[in-house]
Design a protein around this ligand. Structure first.
Ligand SMILES: NC(=O)c1ccc[n+]([C@@H]2O[C@H](COP(=O)([O-])OP(=O)(O)OC[C@H]3O[C@@H](n4cnc5c(N)ncnc54)[C@H](O)[C@@H]3O)[C@@H](O)[C@H]2O)c1
Length: 339
């Protein structure tokens, strides 16, 4: 653990704060809630279970002490509902905003719904944060905002053309955040996550991310499909690194108002290499994947320059891809019906 992160966690434990985590029943949100509670924070979680799962909250109850769970309040509700956002933000000093509809393909199919949740919901949340005098909101942006950039590694100030409605919603979040900082003097910070993975990520359904989908398939002895020729690459980032980034961004005394930061490993793994890692960790009977066409809206290469987050926030990803894959496979092997 980096010195800055260790100091951050010690300070939180010494002086617990009140947090709102939106999307608390989702993959990343549930990890944020878990770590915050483990470090004695007071947490309100908001989620409408549209893609999040009650099992994720039940898993928290199993892994934490009753004293920690007593510091957790959960509101089942929608970020599109202003009253609900106000109720959730009341008393919060810091907000970690994760609630959104993920998946590029979902947004290609239904751009109106993605826009409603990801843009209108974001605005409702910001208005509630402003009304409640929240100190800082750290919100989830995405590497998809880089679109078709040919600049590698991807650096915060050089963007290409957006390739999907999902990417557009995330870029709108960043633009609205800048405007709200200027207009209302709010303190809003965006984290551009690059392909996050880890335990509790949903492996099922049409919009599942590649890592949980492949692990689930290989554990079940099924063949996996690679979209494209396998050379497509991503900067895969284990979820603990994303938790670290959120806590550092929320608590740093540095003036980072209106800023965005890449949150990734700063590496690049091709889909074919990723497949080999997953196949060998999940199965005793190695099997070749099948290849099919690229999906519309997908970008071909992705790799982050994380030097801004490292220098400004003290962010140092502690879990690398291979280790993260091993931990995630272990989770899926042992979680069985508890998922
Ligand atoms: N997982 C990744 O690789 C990745 C990459 C880039 C950005 N992100 C962003 O990170 C955030 C968290 O992603 P995740 O992977 O944990 O996804 P997730 O789907 O597991 O979590 C999102 C949560 O938001 C909730 N939600 C959706 N609409 C809501 C609404 N209207 N009101 C209240 N709650 C609502 C869902 O029920 C879900 O629990 C999202 O903003 C996503 O766009 C994720």
């Amino acid at each position: 653990m980096s010195d800055r992160y260790a100091t951050c966690l010690a300070a939180l434990r010494a002086q617990p704060l009140h947090w709102l985590v939106t999307g608390a029943a989702g993959f990343i949100g549930s990890h944020l809630v878990e770590t915050l509670l483990r470090y004695d924070q007071f947490v309100c979680g908001l989620d409408n279970f549209s893609t999040g799962r009650r099992e994720n909250l039940e898993a928290l109850a199993r892994s934490l002490s009753p004293e920690h769970i007593a510091r957790f309040r959960f509101i089942e509700g929608d970020i599109l509902d202003p009253a609900c956002c106000l109720e959730a933000a009341k008393g919060a000093q810091l907000i970690l905003h994760e609630a959104a509809l993920g998946s590029v393909s979902r947004s290609v199919k239904d751009p109106v719904l993605s826009n409603r949740v990801n843009v209108e919901g974001f605005l409702q949340l910001l208005l509630a944060a402003r009304a409640c005098g929240v100190r800082r909101v750290v919100y989830a942006s995405s590497s998809s905002v880089y679109g078709d950039t040919s600049h590698f590694p991807m650096v915060e100030h050089i963007l290409g053309s957006l390739q999907s409605p999902y990417a557009t919603t995330k870029r709108f979040n960043e633009l609205y955040a800048q405007v709200f900082c200027r207009l209302y003097g709010m303190d809003l910070v965006g984290l551009r996550y690059f392909n996050v993975f880890g335990p509790r990520q949903n492996p099922e359904g049409e919009y599942a991310a590649v890592i949980p989908r492949w692990i689930h398939s290989r554990l079940g002895g099924q063949q996996c499909t690679i979209f494209g020729d396998g050379t497509t690459s991503r900067d895969f980032c284990y979820v603990d690194n994303v938790v670290q980034a959120n806590l550092l961004a929320a608590t740093t005394p540095a003036n980072i108002t209106g800023e965005v930061f890449n949150i990734a490993l700063g590496g690049e793994t091709s889909l074919i290499d990723l497949y080999s890692m997953i196949d060998s960790a999940s199965s005793t009977n190695p099997a070749d994947p099948r290849f099919t066409n690229f999906r519309p809206g997908d970008i071909h290469r992705s790799r982050a320059d994380i030097s801004k987050a490292s220098k400004t926030l003290g962010y140092h990803p502690a879990v690398l891809v291979a280790d993260g894959i091993r931990r995630t496979v272990e989770y899926f092997k042992t979680s069985g019906s508890k998922r």
